[in-house]
Structures are given as structure tokens and as C-alpha cells.
Design a protein around this ligand. Structure first.
Ligand code: AMP
Length: 219
């Protein structure tokens, strides 16, 4: 059982890296706060309505809406038994402290990627509306192209168009990267001090083998 925190800028490949970890530890549970918020926005829940304006501006959603949500999730039976990959949390010291007080962590992985690669990944990123499979226009398009910016989903066969996530635009990207850098520094320091931090070269997470992943997560 492993409890893993993933740190890294938006577009550093936390989602992709989580999928790679799941190949090695199939029962581990991926908790992405960004996914939870997007799901709530999509379903127009009370939480979604409150979070949307912050997300659209590329700002962090207030701690009062995030911390309890995550701590509750981490204390559910499935996670207590199978462990977690926490993706997108903590994003500030208050969140790190709350996590420290309410859960144990085995390892904190910092995915390191250059700004160039991040920009390409983020501005090219899109997903299948039907099954949620994630692609990248520049680096990882679906195999079958139907026309300009149109493909067939490799996973479910649905027709998909290139459509950016509403917060994946050039305007919000700068805000999100600046916010990440400002907020990440103290968190990185915090986990370094606790001797939990491990840096991972994530310029190309897609090329990691199962053996590489095992070595990184120490299983
Ligand atoms: P992500 O997919 O992790 O980049 O998250 C998308 C958006 O959700 C962020 O830009 C924030 O607005 C919000 N969000 C996700 N995780 C957090 C968090 N831990 N604290 C505050 N806001 C968050």
C-alpha cells in the first residue's frame, strides 16, 4: 500500500504519470482535485458553481472548499485499504499542513519539466467527450484523423474535435504557471525537510517502463 503525492506544474504530466503508476499498482486510487472540480462544474453542483469562477481565471479555489473535501476522500475505506495518488493537492502550505495532520504520506514526487514542453502539452491538450481519454494535438493525437482537428477516439471510437479545456488557454496558462511557481516553492521545501521529496525527470513520462516506475515509487 502506497500513499503518493504528485507535485508538478500544470502540464507536467501528473495525470499521465498517475496512469503509469496504476499499471504497477492497479488498486491504488487516483485522486485529482482538478478532476473533482471539473466534474462538479459539469454537473452544476453547488461546489461546481462556487469553484467555476476561480478555475476560469486560473486561480486556486479557496481552501475552505478544498481541504475538507480532500481529507474526507482520503479517509474513505477504499483509500485506507489501497492507498492513493494525490494529484493537484496540496497547492499551498495550509493544504500541506492539513494533509500532514490527517493522513500519512510515503513519498512526494516532484515532476520536473521545462516551460517549453509544458506550454506545448497544455495548449495541445484535449479529451474525448464520451470516455474522457486524454490526447494532445502535438504530441499524442488519436491514431485516426478524420479532418482538420477531428479524430476518432482510440479508446471508445467516438468522433472527437479539438476542444481546449476552458482553463487551458494562453491567458490562463501564464497565471497558472506563475501561481504554481509561487505556491510550490514552500511546499517543495516543506517535503524536502521531511525527507519525503523525490525529483523525477518528467520531460517524457510516456517513455517510462514499468521497471522505471517501480524504481521511482520504491515498490
Ligand atoms: P488542475 O487540473 O489540477 O490544474 O486543477 C484545475 C483547477 O482546479 C485549478 O486551476 C484550481 O482552480 C482548481 N484546483 C485544483 N486543485 C486545487 C487545490 N488543491 N487547491 C485549490 N484549487 C485547486
Amino acid at each position: 500500500m502506497k500513499r503518493i503525492v504528485l507535485l508538478g506544474a500544470p502540464g507536467s504530466g501528473k495525470g499521465t504519470f498517475s496512469a503509469q503508476i496504476k499499471k504497477v499498482l492497479p488498486d491504488i486510487i487516483h485522486v485529482s482535485t482538478g478532476d473533482i472540480f471539473r466534474e462538479n462544474v459539469k454537473n452544476n453542483t453547488e461546489l461546481g458553481k462556487k469553484a467555476k469562477s476561480y478555475m476560469d481565471r486560473g486561480e486556486l479555489v479557496p481552501d475552505s472548499l478544498v481541504i475538507d473535501l480532500v481529507i474526507d476522500r482520503l479517509n474513505k475505506k477504499d483509500i485506507l485499504e489501497n492507498g492513493f495518488i494525490l494529484d493537484g493537492f496540496p497547492r499551498n502550505i495550509e493544504q500541506s499542513n492539513a494533509l500532514q495532520e490527517n493522513s500519512s504520506i510515503d513519498i512526494v514526487l516532484l515532476l520536473e519539466v521545462s516551460r517549453d514542453v509544458i506550454t506545448k502539452r497544455i495548449l495541445g491538450r484535449f479529451g474525448c467527450n464520451k470516455c474522457g481519454e486524454i490526447y494532445n494535438k502535438y504530441t499524442l493525437p488519436p491514431k485516426i484523423e478524420k479532418g482538420e482537428d477531428q479524430w476518432i477516439c482510440d479508446k471508445c471510437g467516438a468522433e472527437i474535435k479539438f476542444e481546449q479545456r476552458s482553463d487551458d488557454t494562453e491567458e490562463t496558462l501564464k497565471n497558472r504557471l506563475d501561481a504554481y511557481e509561487k505556491n510550490a516553492k514552500p511546499i517543495i521545501k516543506y517535503y524536502k525537510k521531511k525527507k519525503l521529496l523525490k525529483k523525477v525527470d518528467a520531460e517524457n513520462t510516456l517513455e517510462l517502463s514499468a521497471a522505471d516506475i517501480k524504481k521511482i515509487i520504491e515498490v
